[in-house]
Design a binder for this molecule. Structure first.
Ligand code: PEP
Ligand code: MN
Length: 337
């Protein structure tokens, strides 16, 4: 950490701050300038107490941490990109897999038709959402246990992997025998108790970025998963809350490129919840691939116009091939470079 003292700090001030730094188990190196003195404090910021408490001293102008709050997920710690295997599909190993499926499971027929259409297009990981954490308690909350039963029936028929959102600790166990990957949604992205519990459940986790999370908070949430025993983590950018309502969320394409420079974890993009509108899903998907995304998470439904949730943004599953064909040149280019 770097401590900048106020201009013209006295020798007594410097000594007092430096003694406190030592008592917090850092070694201070004093750098004297013409007006200001700076203390470079050597010590592990992750295992020691933060020196930020010293900001309250009258002799201290500012305190800057130099270490990041995440370690295990960082590219410095693990220099090879991580590859996460979900059943037969690998994410983060050079391919750009597309995960697809409806916003929610609404009925046996709706889910079966959607899955069948997507499997016909070689989609290997399906969104299977029996639980829908919604902003309003009056909105469709998912079929819950009936939806889990539908998942079991469909799983017996199709050789696919499922990714399912876990709204709370109770659903970890309920989904454990039927889903292949747990999803932490944007609203739970900083629910640290849930992150700790899900990390111990022994399955890969798809971690959405919170709608108001900084990139550091997103990666630190991933650190919760890894430090608690889950090494198969896939990050997912899905757009931030913004002042402009033209798109549902502001897709932070820059965050994809930044995350790829900071972490070894795969980074995928959900263009659907960022777009909010069907016609924007294709351009946002292309932008995501161009920015270096390791995959996409796309909503596709057998009858999107009549969907119980997110009707405006879901693609038609029966014509999903058109979407795949239209992103293919971007995938080819990304893989060439
Ligand atoms: C979802 O993927 O089903 C979802 C609700 O997305 P988010 O958590 O990003 O809003
Ligand atoms: Mn949705």
């Amino acid at each position: 950490m770097i401590i900048v003292l106020r201009a013209h700090a006295t020798e007594t001030d410097i000594q007092t701050v430096s003694d406190l730094v030592c008592s917090l188990r850092y070694q201070p190196r004093i750098i004297r300038g013409v007006e200001q003195t700076v203390l470079a404090c050597i010590g592990d910021e992750l295992s020691n107490l933060s020196l930020e408490v010293l900001k309250t001293l009258s002799a201290v102008e500012s305190v800057f941490p130099v270490q990041r709050k995440f370690k295990l997920v960082s590219l410095e710690y693990h220099q090879e990109p991580s590859c996460v295997k979900i059943k037969n599909t690998k994410i983060g190993c050079g391919g750009i897999p597309v995960i697809a499926g409806p916003c929610a499971i609404e009925s046996y027929d709706q889910f079966r038709t959607s899955v069948s259409d997507l499997v016909d297009n070689n989609i290997e990981i399906i969104r299977a959402m029996p639980f829908k954490p919604r902003t309003s308690p009056y909105d469709f909350q998912g079929l819950r246990l009936d939806g889990v039963k539908i998942m079991r029936d469909i799983k017996d028929e199709f050789d696919v992997a499922f990714v399912s959102e876990v709204p709370g600790p109770a659903q970890i166990e309920i989904l454990s025998d039927v889903t292949d990957m747990y999803q932490i949604g944007a609203r739970n992205a900083q629910n640290y108790d849930l992150l700790e519990q899900i990390a111990k459940a022994g399955k890969p986790v798809l971690l959405k970025r919170g709608m108001a999370s900084t990139i550091e908070e997103w990666l630190t949430a991933a650190e919760y998963l890894v430090v608690n025993g889950c090494s198969d983590v896939v990050l997912c950018e899905r757009g931030l809350r913004s002042f402009d309502k033209t798109t549902r969320n502001l897709l932070d394409i820059g965050a994809v490129a930044v995350a790829k420079q900071l972490t070894h974890l795969p980074v995928i993009v959900d263009p659907s919840h960022a777009a909010g509108t069907r016609s924007l899903v294709l351009p946002l998907s292309r932008a995501a691939i161009a920015a270096g995304a390791d995959g996409l998470l796309v909503e596709a439904h057998s009858d999107p116009v009549n969907a119980f949730s997110d009707a405006a943004q879901q693609l038609q599953s029966s014509t999903f091939k058109d979407f795949l064909d239209q992103i293919q040149p971007w995938i080819d280019l990304a893989q060439k470079s």
